[in-house]
Design a protein around this ligand. Structure first.
Ligand code: S3P
Ligand code: PEP
Length: 449
């Protein structure tokens, strides 16, 4: 997979983005959270047998995580689930730990373009005996991960890479990790912290993790990690900012229902705003650590009305969107959808706190600047965000850079610009393979589940 903001891939099929002929009015269920699914796959590999994920997300990122924990020796069965989005996953055997019985051939983990796989799995690999080679898509080799590799080295783990602090690399586990104190700079990704915390209860001395550097982005995701660990009996102290202590101990088997992915709900909610319509997402949790819950604060800034009832969230669009000035540091993964809304809102919008998006699936600040400008919303990059002059969009061919959220960003623009095409809509399979179908259902006033 290649393509940067300035040299997008050119040979991909184009998707004719449907435009909205009337305000959308739909009630939709979205599949499970990528972030929760991949955390519980890691925790299931560390817990005793029997752990079950109900209604997990089935998508490229989660199938890659499943394949990774299986490659490391965990056994996971598929069990028919009640929902409409695929089977449950049940662990029968966790990861083997301790030294390899004899010299084992290197196992390999394909990270695809999944940040959660490339960051969360190396500490697991260190707990198993023998070498594990990690690689992924070409674009994944540009995503930062030096803090995880250096953190593991500081904890006594052997890691071989080519010195760039990125894929590909090999973790040569002895079957045990000493653990102790480690200091990292997690300003490029909250996943660096989550990665080390998730496996830490199995380190002999546990972990005292300290962050030193500019602020950590996406902090709700760290809170999600802490909460998931506590739910499976792991003692975590997060009482001091930028310091986490994890006590060594067992990870308890669990039975967990995965919440819907609230970040993936975003483009559907955005459809209500740009068409002056109404969209309800079912299964919206009352309390959650998902960054996608920030839609409740973000969408009203554009003039939308957000109401929630038991297990649902309804968004009603205004007659005309207002421009915004938003700090998205807590929920950077929402930025492409927010940028699409800013492009529709007449006037100048400013998005900040998202410098780390340069290390996401693609350099998202460059990609958004390029595509917004192409579609008639002149956009400039700042040190940590974007300035978007919205309100005068026209049809365009939107490049998606192998980035699921750039593809759904294009779909939102397409609602209000007949003739818009989006490259490689299939890239949405990273976290939402059902996207084109759900989008079509939304536009025909559909209900799902
Ligand atoms: O831990 C997680 O599940 C995630 C953390 C965030 O990463 P960053 O901190 O790199 O933004 C988020 O953007 C990503 O989509 C998922
Ligand atoms: C940044 C994202 O993904 P990843 O988990 O690959 O970092 C994302 O989904 O927006």
């Amino acid at each position: 997979m290649t393509g940067t903001a300035d040299t997008p891939r050119r040979s991909l099929p184009w998707w004719e983005a449907p435009s909205a002929t009337r305000p959308v009015d739909a009630v939709l269920a979205v599949p499970g959270s990528k972030s929760l699914t991949n955390r519980y796959l890691v925790l299931g590999a560390l817990a005793g047998g029997g752990s079950r994920l109900r209604a997990p997300l089935h998508s490229r990122d989660t199938e890659l995580m499943l394949a990774a924990v299986r490659a490391l020796g965990a056994r996971v069965d598929e069990i028919p689930g009640p929902g409409g989005f695929g089977p449950d996953w049940q662990f029968t055997t966790p990861l083997p730990s301790g030294p390899a019985a004899s010299a084992t051939p290197a196992r390999s983990v394909d990270c695809g373009l999944a940040g959660t796989v490339m960051r969360f799995v190396p500490p697991l690999a260190a707990l198993t005996g023998g070498p594990v080679r990690f690689d992924g898509d070409e674009a994944a080799r540009h995503r930062p991960m030096g803090a995880v590799l250096d953190g593991l080295r500081a904890l006594g783990v052997t890691v071989d890479d080519d010195g760039r602090g990125a894929l590909p690399f090999t973790v040569d586990g002895t079957g045990a990790v000493t653990g102790g104190r480690v200091v990292i700079d997690a300003s490029a990704s909250s996943q660096f912290v989550s990665a080390l915390l998730l496996a830490a209860a199995r380190f002999a001395a546990g972990l005292r993790l300290e962050h030193a550097g500019p602020p950590i982005p996406s902090l709700p995701h760290v809170q999600m990690t802490v909460q998931a660990l506590r739910a499976v009996g792991v003692a975590v102290d997060d009482g001091t900012p930028d310091v986490w202590t994890v006590e060594p101990g067992a990870v308890r088997p669990f039975d967990v229902a995965i919440e819907p992915d609230l970040s993936n709900a975003g483009p559907f909610l955005a459809a209500a705003l740009v068409t002056g319509g109404r969209v309800t997402i079912t299964g919206w949790p009352e309390r959650t650590t998902q960054g996608g819950d920030h839609w409740r604060r973000i969408l009203p800034a554009f003039g939308a009305t957000v109401t929630s009832g038991p297990g649902r969230l309804t968004v009603t669009g205004p007659a005309r969107l207002r421009p915004v000035d938003l700090d998205l540091s807590a929920a950077g993964e929402l930025a492409p959808t927010v940028a699409a809304l800013a492009a529709v809102a007449p006037g100048r919008s400013r998005l900040h706190g998202i410098a780390h998006l340069r290390g996401h699936e693609t350099d998202r600040l460059a990609a958004l600047r390029t595509e917004l400008t192409r579609a008639g919303a002149p956009t400039t990059e700042t040190e940590d965000g974007l300035v978007v002059d919205g309100g005068r969009l026209h049809a365009a061919d939107i490049h998606s850079y192998a980035d699921h959220r750039m593809a759904t960003f294009g779909a939102v623009l397409g609602l209000v610009t007949p003739g818009t095409r989006v490259a490689d809509i299939a890239t949405t399979a990273k976290t939402l393979p059902e996207f084109p179908d759900l989008w079509a259902r939304m536009l025909t006033g559909g209900r799902s589940r």
